[in-house]
Design a protein around this ligand. Structure first.
Ligand code: AMP
Ligand code: MG
Length: 495
């Protein structure tokens, strides 16, 4: 049996925070994938366990010793409308453990059966969304983006009823916290200031220990959450990632990407790209993400208001000042990130020039349907003094001459750089991935698994995404955007 040194704190907060719930056993659990590297990072040694044991634990059939499974309560604004009670309807927190230097690893099963919060749902997950979350969350980790991780994926051997019957799955996710903006809203909406404080203290202790000594730790906490979120969303933008459903219940308090539903990476660049089938108004479109981040953080600030100051007016003022800093922090992160992507180091007197250069590139990419990832990847191969090697990059543009025109200005700006071409290129390659989990490839992996029980496509894709910044021998097909008949236009929550 796997030994997990649980140290469960959430369960001690009180019964208003959760409902104790055991996972519902499944018919025939079969392990699809176990993340050994992550297990080791967590200090677990599952090496001597057979796959049947792992399947039993990570399907929820066997509850490991020390686990205190529960479904967490939370509320949330979904597409702008407030639901006072959502909660883990198909997820169960098995427990929490700490690793070296205070790292928190909260372990959650998703797709593990009905809970108090399931409402009309079955508490289950189809295999497709499980594989999708596994691939994308692990790719995000390897792309150096803060994210929940995938520890295991298990097939349940049971069908789940969606538009049609689909094979079922359970994913085990690891997060440094599963508390969401919506968790704070849940208690704030009930006027339970004491619970908001208890929750804030819990999160501060585990995820923001640095703010404890601040004059008002809750102000410093809000400030730190804003900072992490600004940085996170800037990273999404720099990779062409669209979360797809940035409801406040899907925004982690720890600044990690969470809840991979209808998310997608763009192929051809488009500022307003939307993939989610339910995002009719484009609320969560690519370019809206930074603004929605602020909207969600404003909801957090409202929930924390009673802790920010004694008087309401004062609390509002404090919150407004902090929220104002979000835009600046986002812009700063974005500029720094985009400069690196374009091979530019920061000079104070080139700030305006660099911003224009970056916007100009994005505009030319949009007008020419250039592939987001490949444009930056090929840009990382170019030389400052010669356009001789521009072929791959310019061929991504419907009108290559428009790229050429931009490249002239870019090379003009590169003359300010003191680094060698090789050093600049290496720096660019460290942030401009060769491989991203492209929609059509994820779809191919899901189709093979769901339709033919063949997981090899999933495993191969996962393998390539372990090293997204390094070009791998014989893996060129994973770089390619979809052929016209492979294009995935829409993605689904899969709930
Ligand atoms: P999500 O779309 O994952 O952000 O989920 C929104 C809410 O719906 C959360 O409270 C989920 O727990 C709940 N939910 C989603 N799918 C299911 C399901 N299959 N069964 C029960 N609850 C679900
Ligand atoms: Mg969710």
């Amino acid at each position: 049996m796997i030994q997990i040194p649980f140290n469960n704190r959430y369960v001690t907060l009180g019964e208003t925070f959760y409902v104790k719930t055991r996972p519902t056993p499944v018919a025939k659990p079969a392990l699809i994938k176990f993340n050994d590297a992550l297990a080791r990072l967590m200090g677990l040694s599952p090496g001597d366990l057979d796959t049947a044991d792992l399947a039993a634990v990570f399907s929820g059939d066997t509850v490991p010793e020390g686990a205190e499974p529960l479904a967490m309560a939370y509320a949330g604004h979904q597409f702008g409308y407030f639901s006072p009670q959502l909660g883990d309807g198909r997820a169960i927190l098995l427990g929490e453990m700490s690793g070296a230097n205070g790292a928190c690893f909260d372990m959650q099963l998703k797709g593990s059966g009905r809970t108090f919060y399931s409402r009309g749902g079955d508490g289950r997950a189809a295999l497709g969304p499980v594989l999708r979350e596994y691939l994308v969350s692990e790719a995000m980790a390897k792309l150096n983006v803060p994210t929940t991780r995938a520890l295991a994926a298990v097939a349940t051997g049971e069908p789940v009823a969606r538009e049609q019957l689909l094979p079922g799955g359970v994913i085990t996710r690891i997060a440094s916290s599963f508390v969401r903006v919506g968790t704070f809203q849940y208690f704030a909406a009930r006027g339970d200031v004491e619970a908001v404080k208890t929750l804030a203290d819990y999160v501060i202790e585990r995820n923001y220990p640095g703010v404890v000594s601040a004059e008002n730790p809750y102000v410093a906490f809000l400030e730190a959450v804003i900072e992490r979120q600004a940085r996170l969303i800037a990273q999404w933008m720099q990779l062409g990632f669209i979360h797809g459903v940035m409801n406040t219940d899907n925004m982690s308090i720890a600044g990690e990407t969470i809840d991979y539903g209808p998310c997608a990476f763009m192929d051809a660049y488009d500022h307003d790209r939307v993939f989610s089938s339910i995002d009719h108004g484009g609320r969560y479109a690519y370019n809206n993400q930074p603004g929605i981040g602020l909207w969600n953080l404003t909801r957090l600030a409202e929930s924390l208001a009673p802790l920010l100051a004694d008087e309401t007016d004062e609390a509002i003022e404090v919150a407004q000042t902090l929220l104002k800093s979000y835009r600046a922090q986002y812009e700063q992160s974005r500029l720094a990130g985009m400069r690196t992507k374009c091979g530019l180091t920061a000079h104070e007197d080139t700030e305006q020039e660099d911003k224009s250069l970056i916007e100009a590139l994005l505009n030319v990419m949009a007008a020419n349907h250039a592939d987001f990832t490949l444009t930056f990847y090929y840009l990382s191969q170019l030389w400052a003094q010669s356009s001789e090697h521009d072929g791959d990059c310019r061929s991504l543009f419907v009108s290559p001459a428009q790229f050429d025109e931009w490249a002239v200005t870019w090379r003009g700006r590169l003359s300010r750089e003191t680094r060698s071409d090789e050093a600049r290129q290496a720096n660019m390659r460290a942030v401009n991935p060769v491989y991203i989990p492209r929609n059509h490839q994820i779809e191919a992996a899901i189709r093979a698994a769901e339709d033919g029980g063949d997981f090899s496509v999933f495993h191969d894709l996962h393998e390539v995404l372990q090293n997204p910044y390094v070009k791998q021998e014989g893996k060129d097909s994973y770089m390619l955007p979809p052929e016209p008949d492979e294009v995935v236009k829409q993605t689904f929550c899969g709930t």
